[in-house]
Design a protein around this ligand. Structure first.
Ligand SMILES: C[C@@](CO)(OP(=O)(O)O)[C@H](O)COP(=O)(O)OP(=O)(O)OC[C@H]1O[C@@H](n2ccc(N)nc2=O)[C@H](O)[C@@H]1O
Ligand SMILES: Nc1ncnc2c1ncn2[C@@H]1O[C@H](COP(=O)(O)OP(=O)(O)O)[C@@H](O)[C@H]1O
Length: 293
């Protein structure tokens, strides 16, 4: 069985505090786009295994897809009141989403494994159960269990689904640098992020009032300065993109990818062609023309 595992972008991201355990509170709107890894499942396997087409993604028990399958099996045994549920799953990931790109590829793979196993076992768990399992694997995993678009609070797990006034296209560009989420959070200057605190943020208010979000306003990412400081290649990539395009260029998540929203198809395609021509000699720089799903 083949299942698509989508990427996400953060339309804005405000860091609102740091917890004692090192995690950060945030307010962000996340939205899935149609750039997807393909995940192949063999449910006849006798134990859990993962392979991945990308050399920088581990294939052992640290892979988020492997960890998701392991936690699912453990919870299933607990639910059935048995020591162990026999069987396993062989997971093969065909990676399209840039790794360490702020696009949530690993978290999405974990959520896809949880949902696919739940389906295979005839839905023993509710969506809430799967989101709770997902949170043990990563702050973004509950979002991917839910899918679509959502305002996320807490460490990313408190979700309010929202409707976006969607642009026709989302251009994604990745410099080929993998940013460490942990390092980028650690390096933020909380004093500098306080200017954007957001009870009056138009997007959050619209979300809470269940109005359609016009995402072209109020876009800001508190993690961008930190990522650009840690990784000069990310700053250089943003400067190059911003010099080539008239639209606002935004970093997603903890980096290193950037996105640009287009409200006209033709403009999106022109920008995609222009960047493709410019970077055709550089296999590390990758560009995708996507839509929200
Ligand atoms: C920044 C965001 C924005 O959506 O996405 P990515 O850029 O990773 O895709 C998320 O907050 C990332 O979520 P996720 O990638 O699931 O994070 P986790 O694996 O749980 O955490 C990795 C590390 O990031 C830091 N972390 C993560 C989430 C959070 N709210 N505060 C944090 O400080 C912690 O140091 C943690 O050890
Ligand atoms: N299934 C997976 N897909 C991608 N990365 C994974 C996976 N499992 C573990 N990882 C590790 O997680 C890290 C972050 O990956 P990814 O989710 O692509 O980035 P981000 O958190 O920036 O969105 C990488 O170091 C990668 O090796």
């Amino acid at each position: 069985m083949k299942v698509a595992s989508p990427a996400k972008i953060n339309l804005f991201l405000h860091v609102t505090g740091r917890r004692k355990n090192g995690y950060h509170d945030l307010e962000t709107v996340m939205a899935c786009v149609d750039l997807c890894d393909d995940i192949y499942f063999d449910f006849q396997a006798s134990d859990i295994s993962v392979t991945c087409s990308h050399p920088r993604v581990p294939e052992d028990e640290t892979n988020l897809a492997h960890r998701a399958a392991t936690i699912f099996w453990k919870e299933l045994a607990r639910k059935r009141g048995v020591g162990r549920v026999p069987g396993g799953v062989a997971v093969a990931i065909d990676k399209q989403i840039p790794v360490g790109g702020g696009l949530g590829g690993g978290s999405s793979n974990a959520a896809t494994v949880l949902k696919s196993l739940n389906h295979w076992f005839d839905k023993p768990f509710s969506r809430r159960d799967l989101m709770d399992m997902g949170l043990c694997l990563g702050a973004d995993v509950p979002f991917f269990v839910q899918g679509g678009a959502a305002l996320a609070r807490g460490v990313g797990e408190l979700l309010t689904p929202c409707t976006l006034k969607t642009p026709c296209r989302v251009l994604l560009a990745s410099p080929g640098v993998a940013a460490s989420t942990a390092l980028v959070y650690k390096n933020i200057n909380l004093a500098l992020t306080t200017g954007h605190k957001s009870t009056n943020n138009a997007l959050i208010i619209a979300c809470e009032e269940n109005r359609v979000l016009d995402i072209s306003v109020d876009m800001h990412n508190d993690l961008e300065a930190s990522a650009c400081e840690l990784y000069p290649e990310i700053q250089a990539f943003k400067t190059e993109m911003a010099g080539l395009l008239t639209q606002k260029v935004m970093m997603t998540g903890s980096g290193a990818s950037f996105f640009v929203l287009f409200w006209e198809d033709g403009q999106a395609e022109c920008a995609f062609d222009m960047l493709s021509r410019r970077w055709h000699n550089n296999p590390h720089k990758r560009i995708f023309l996507t839509s929200f799903i």
